[in-house]
Ligand binder design. Structure first.
Ligand SMILES: Nc1ncnc2c1ncn2[C@@H]1O[C@H](COP(=O)(O)OP(=O)(O)O)[C@@H](O)[C@H]1O
Ligand SMILES: [Mg+2]
Length: 239
């Protein structure tokens, strides 16, 4: 349903994405794993079409349609969503209000249940610093459920949250799939990447290995976790 063909992107004279080919099917969870600074967030921005993020070379297709030149709003209307951190401007309103802001297909109560939060306990909570990182993340994901996207891009959904919430978020990701939403799961954690049906390993702006979850995450553990140079992987290692 989503296809990237030879996507290149850079700023100034720095090339960040160096020819990305990627295909995500219907109701699939596709993980992208990579250490810091390899271009994961840039890739998310390019797929969502954030301002200024247009490929310098290559094309992006969604359900067979070339969306490379479409705006973020047009892509959102087609059903592509990036899970945003709850913007500061929503601080102070209730969770129920937050989950009712957009033109939603799913009631706030149901959306909360899908992320494993009890509506009776959370609907009238105020969005403020009293919510834990994990609770905020799950409320953010509830807002994604509300709009029933075809594809959701999750950029490091496990960052800054507790273990219990990580377990919950893995379930949420599977719930997306069950509801027919494909997930692009971006992470630097092997444990999170394993939720994927398939995994692609991003290194220095290129996908250097992809496919089987066990194989790719083991490769990552062996060669990437300790790698701080973020440079070329030697050809012989990749064979
Ligand atoms: N707007 C920008 N200007 C210059 N360099 C950038 C910009 N955005 C990202 N980069 C650089 O591109 C590389 C990839 O960044 P990013 O996509 O955020 O990586 P990741 O999410 O994998 O940590 C990094 O070296 C980062 O410093
Ligand atoms: Mg990032």
């Amino acid at each position: 349903m989503l296809e990237l063909r030879d996507v290149h992107y850079g700023t100034g004279d720095k090339e960040i994405l160096k020819g990305i080919d990627l295909v995500i099917g219907e109701s699939r969870i596709q993980s992208i794993i990579g250490v810091n600074g390899t271009g994961k967030t840039t890739l998310a921005a390019i797929i969502m079409g954030l301002n200024g993020y247009r490929p310098h070379r290559g094309r992006i297709f969604f359900k067979g349609r070339d969306i490379t030149d479409l705006s973020i709003t047009e892509r959102a209307k087609l059903g592509i969503t990036l899970a945003w951190q709850i913007p500061a401007s929503f601080e102070g309103i209730t969770v129920k209000e937050y989950l009712s802001i957009k033109k939603n297909f799913t009631a706030p109560e149901k959306a909360l249940k899908l992320v494993g939060l009890n509506p009776n306990l959370y609907l009238n909570r105020v969005v403020d610093e009293n919510l834990s990182g994990g609770e905020r993340k799950r409320i953010e994901l509830a807002s994604v459920f509300s709009v029933k996207p075809k594809l959701v891009i999750l950029d490091e959904p496990d960052s800054g949250i507790d273990m219990a919430s990580i377990t919950a978020i893995k379930k949420v990701i599977k719930n997306f799939k069950k509801m027919g939403t494909s997930v692009l799961l971006i992470t630097h954690s092997e444990r999170m990447a394993k939720v994927g049906d398939t995994v692609s390993l991003l290194c220095d702006g290129k996908i250097v290995k992809e496919g089987n979850v066990k194989e790719v995450t083991e490769f990552f553990r062996k060669y990437c976790r300790e790698c701080d140079h973020i440079g070329e992987i030697e050809e012989e290692i990749l064979k």
